[in-house]
Design a protein around this ligand. Structure first.
Ligand SMILES: O=C(O)CCC(=O)C(=O)O
Ligand SMILES: [Fe+2]
Length: 235
């Protein structure tokens, strides 16, 4: 299977940095498709992936985090989520009804390792990575369809987000799929797997198609870790 896009990337995407390649392109370069199916080698990890959409690129990666790493992230963040709920901020956000928190950049060894791995998969220097975000959804909670990039009117747009990796930290009993309404894609959470998508195309219509949301959880809990990358360094 050859998943190398036949498009000339330089015409489609704004020049990000020298030598930028997407996951399928890098895997194709490693000549791994024919041998073992599409996988990406990152350090000593073999990370299988499935391309779900080409333009805009949406890829589902397996085994991004180990089961132990997922459990540790949940454990480390759960106390801090609880605290954020009893804070004075009582503004109700109808768009995102989950609770959440951010880790500090390189906060500890676990975060350091995970940030570096995600940056390698996303093929963006770790200096471009925002702090890792953890979200927890309970039944009925959701994240309505949205774009991850900032609107041009926002101050943050001067160093805008370019790509997202949402890592699933547990199995959801029912519901909680990540859906892309414009692309007709729905991804069922699986512990340790992740969905990657990017939105730095010259064609704004392609960027807009990365509209996505987290469907309401029906049964059980849903925990995710989200890594956003910026066009320029943030650290
Ligand atoms: O929970 C999900 O499935 C999506 C999360 C998301 O869109 C985000 O963190 O930006
Ligand atoms: Fe999002």
């Amino acid at each position: 299977m050859n998943m190398t896009p036949d498009h000339d990337l330089t015409n489609v995407k704004e020049p990000l940095m020298e030598g930028y390649m997407t996951a399928p392109e890098r895997a194709a370069e490693q000549h791994l498709f024919d041998a073992v199916g599409p996988v990406m080698i990152v350090g000593d990890r073999v990370i299988p992936f499935t391309q779900r959409h080409t333009w805009p690129l949406v890829v589902v990666f397996e085994d991004v985090l180990s089961s132990v790493e997922c459990d540790q992230l949940i454990q480390l963040s759960s106390d801090r989520m609880k605290r954020s709920k009893i804070s004075s901020d009582r503004v109700v956000n109808q768009m995102r009804t989950s609770s959440g928190m951010f880790f500090e950049e390189s906060e500890n060894d676990l975060i350091n390792t995970i940030e570096k791995r995600l940056a390698q998969i996303m093929n963006v220097p770790v200096e471009h990575a925002e702090g890792l975000q953890i979200l927890k959804y309970t039944p009925g909670q959701e994240y309505k369809a949205h774009h991850d990039y900032f609107l041009p009117t926002s101050k943050a747009a001067s160093n805008n987000r370019i790509s997202t990796m949402v890592v699933y930290l547990n199995e959801v009993e029912d519901g909680g799929e990540t859906y892309f309404p414009e692309l007709n894609i729905s991804i069922t959470p699986k512990k340790g797997s992740a969905v990657y998508f990017e939105y730095f195309y010259n064609d704004e219509e392609l960027n807009k198609q990365t509209l996505h949301g987290g469907a309401p959880v029906i049964k059980g809990e849903k925990w995710v870790a989200t890594q956003w990358m910026r066009r320029k360094s943030v650290r």
